[in-house]
Write a protein that binds this ligand. Structure first.
Ligand code: ADP
Ligand code: MG
Length: 692
């Protein structure tokens, strides 16, 4: 058997393989393309394609695909075989540079949010050499960007790459000001921590809600939930252990550094973290992680649920997005330095993040908005819908001292006056941890915790990169070419702190008092639901900033808003229809059958105050209530189609459909509690959550 080291990245056309298989000058040219985005000449592309094809065939591949991420949030692929007819009537296996660089999938079945109407229906995929090609299920997958023929992005990768480039450009300007002449590139690094649930496949199949919507729409609270906190970091059961082992192996083969795994707070919930990489590769990897998690689960008779809130009353799943910036010379720009000069630079980058997050709270919030994530954010388990930044006591003190020009008493306990040329040496690893902050500084990176578990991490990183690029641009504009650099820097820092310190909050984000303070006193946004958040995409300041940095065009922004609103409306509609079906076809018949059996039990001789009689009365009352509420839900569903504009449909779905669903659920869950197990038509929460 091959060792882990041998298997690692065995299915990736990575740097090692390229170095081995490409002629020296082709390898060099490709490196330039990867690192600086230089165009690759077509002849070289042919050589790369040949090498890639030979390697893929040796490793069992028969087909290739341009692998991309349309706005649906999952990845798409269309397989073409390497086989071409040869003149002697047989076949040869081949793959050209042209096929590597560009593909033409039919764009018309992917969401485009109106771009299709205005532009051509066709689209093309373009090779992204900065993310390695890999083999999955005998198919060579080539990571690509997906655009309309007129160049509008129809995917998540294109704006992500643009945002990374924008951030690189602005960060380099700042680094030059601090005398870093040797830095050529600044990259965005991302390490996501992925939460998920595992449940038994047989039980899953018996629930239409899980099958159609990925979450339970009914289900009474089980006697035991997560009260005892006995699952968190608890012993992993053999079945889950076997799953995790195979998952790791599969991921390792794809060169994905799956590092930590543990049980989460909720029963049946787990987490997997991968070692960070550049944002683009991390995003591609995370898409693969989600796909492979599901696939491996199937082999083990399990189902992996990535929905943000599969079970009411039980913690939902998120994805912590760890984010930092580093130079090609190996310096983490969010790591406090050893010298005061390094620290001035560190503080400026830190302030760029603080300003960016404050100015563009709405963009960050909407980048994680979805029907599913609405059940999490603000529900006392995940961060609130209000965005704030956690810095920790030490760093907050430094910032305040800097703002007021006062003395700073750090952990050294010797007061010192802060100036740009005299900054303290910070403790490198701040030990304070805060689990309730949506956006926390954790020593040398920021952790954005609002991201939903099923979401692509592209969107949050696009917005984060954009927001920080914009602050850095403003800083560079202010500081470039000035004579009194130190004074100007100090003044800029002070103003920035004064203008944006409202976003800094080190307390408990779950506290109601905080939400009041945040919104009333500090004027922070509380965009509670997806229909509240999404329209902010088209705020004047947001459009201006995103266009300025070349991250989105105005047409793309409109298209994205439309796609997401549509997705929200459809998601809830499908849930509502699933509930209606389950209630009519399963729940009502179950209550009736049980009631009838009670009535038949004593040969119809039960009296009103006998046990059966009392139970029948309760059940009948509930049955009637279920019926009433079900009819209300059906009426509400019918009305969903009546709105001309998506934004009104979305508001209707939120204000009318979701409350109708909640009220039907409440009656059904009460009925479940008093119906005999053998009559209840589908597995209960207890069975689902404690079944493995
Ligand atoms: P914590 O316990 O603070 O969450 P871990 O070391 O477990 O930290 O890391 C959590 C995630 O953060 C991992 O995916 C890891 O790769 C990632 N990470 C660590 N350092 C960085 C960094 N400098 N930039 C981006 N992500 C990082
Ligand atoms: Mg973490």
């Amino acid at each position: 058997m091959k060792s882990t080291v041998d298997c690692f990245a065995s299915r990736v056309f990575d740097d090692k393989v390229m170095r081995e298989r490409l002629p020296g000058e082709v390898y060099q040219a490709l490196q330039q393309t990867i690192n600086d985005g230089a165009a690759l000449n077509p002849q070289l592309a042919d050589t790369v394609a040949k090498a890639m094809c030979a390697w893929a065939i040796e490793n069992g591949a028969t087909h290739f695909t341009h692998w991309f991420q349309p706005l649906t949030g999952i990845t798409a692929e269309k397989h073409d075989s390497f086989i071409s007819p040869s003149p002697d009537g047989r076949v040869i296996m081949e793959f050209s540079g042209k096929e590597l660089i560009k593909g033409e999938p039919d764009a018309s079945s992917f969401p485009s949010g109106g771009l299709r109407a205005t532009f051509e229906a066709r689209g093309y995929t373009a090779w992204d050499p900065s993310s390695f090609a890999f083999i999955k299920d005998r198919v060579l997958c080539i990571p690509t960007a997906f655009c309309s023929y007129s160049g509008e992005a129809l995917d998540k990768k294109t704006p992500l790459l643009r945002s990374m480039e924008a951030l690189n450009r602005q960060a380099l300007r700042i680094l030059k000001l601090f005398g870093n002449q040797d830095v050529r590139h600044v990259s965005t690094n991302v390490g996501p921590e992925q939460e998920y649930f595992l449940i038994d496949r047989e039980l899953y199949r018996q629930r239409r809600d899980l099958v159609y919507t990925g979450r339970t729409l009914f289900g009474a609270r089980p006697p035991k939930g997560q009260e005892l906190d006995d699952h968190y970091f608890g012993a992993i059961t053999p079945r889950v252990q076997a799953y995790m082992e195979e998952l790791n192996e599969e991921l390792w083969k794809l060169g994905i550094f799956a590092k930590t795994e543990h049980n989460e707070v909720a029963p049946a919930q787990h987490e997997l973290a991968c070692i960070y990489r550049t944002a683009n590769a991390a995003t591609d990897n995370n898409q693969l992680v989600m796909e492979i998690m599901k696939k491996v689960a199937e082999k083990h008779g399990l189902v992996c649920l990535l929905h943000e809130k599969p079970f009411a009353g039980i913690n939902g799943s998120g994805k912590h997005n760890n984010w930092s910036l580093s130079t090609d010379t190996g310096i983490n720009l969010l790591s406090p330095g050893d010298t005061p000069q390094d620290n001035a630079q560190f503080l400026l980058f830190l302030l760029a993040v603080i300003e960016g997050v404050d100015e563009y709270q709405d963009l960050l919030r909407l980048s994680v908005a979805s029907a599913a994530n609405d059940h999490r954010l603000g529900a006392n388990e995940a961060p609130p819908a209000v965005i704030s930044v956690f810095l920790g006591e030490e760093l907050t003190e430094v910032i305040y001292a800097l703002e007021t020009d006062s003395e700073y008493v750090g952990s050294e306990r010797s007061p010192m006056k802060l100036g740009v040329d005299i900054l303290p040496v910070f403790p490198k690893d701040t030990t304070d941890r805060n689990r309730t902050s949506p956006f926390a500084f954790t020593g040398n990176k920021f952790e954005f915790r609002m991201v939903g578990s099923s979401d692509s991490i592209a969107c949050p990183n696009i917005m984060l990169n954009a927001a920080v690029a914009e602050s850095l641009r403003r800083f560079a504009d202010t500081l470039e070419g000035v004579k009194d650099f130190d004074q100007r820097l100090h003044a800029l820092m002070r103003e920035t702190i004064t203008s944006h310190k409202r976003i800094i909050f080190n307390g408990n984000g779950y506290d109601d008092a905080w939400i009041r303070e945040a919104t009333v006193k500090r004027g922070l946004l509380n965009l509670r639901t997806t229909p509240d958040a999404l329209p902010r995409l088209l705020e004047e300041k947001n459009i201006r900033m995103l266009i300025r940095h070349g991250i989105f065009t105005e047409a793309e922004l409109h298209s994205r808003l439309e796609t997401q609103l549509e997705n929200y409306v459809h998601t809830v509609e499908i849930e509502a229809r699933t509930m209606s079906e389950m209630a009519w076809k399963e729940i009502l018949p179950a209550i009736s059958a049980y009631t009838a059996s009670l009535a038949a039990g004593r040969g119809g001789k039960e009296t009103a105050d006998s046990c059966e009689g009392r139970l029948i009365k309760k059940l009948s009352a509930l049955e009637e209530q279920v019926m009433d509420r079900l009819e209300m839900l059906d009426a509400a569903i019918d009305e969903t189609e009546s709105f001309r504009e998506l934004i009104y449909s979305a508001a209707y779905v939120r204000d009318k459909l979701l409350p109708c669903m909640a009220s039907l659920r409440e009656s059904c869950d009460r009925a479940e509690k008093i119906t005999a197990s053998e009559y209840w038509p589908f597995p209960t929460y207890g069975e689902l959550l404690f079944g493995i």
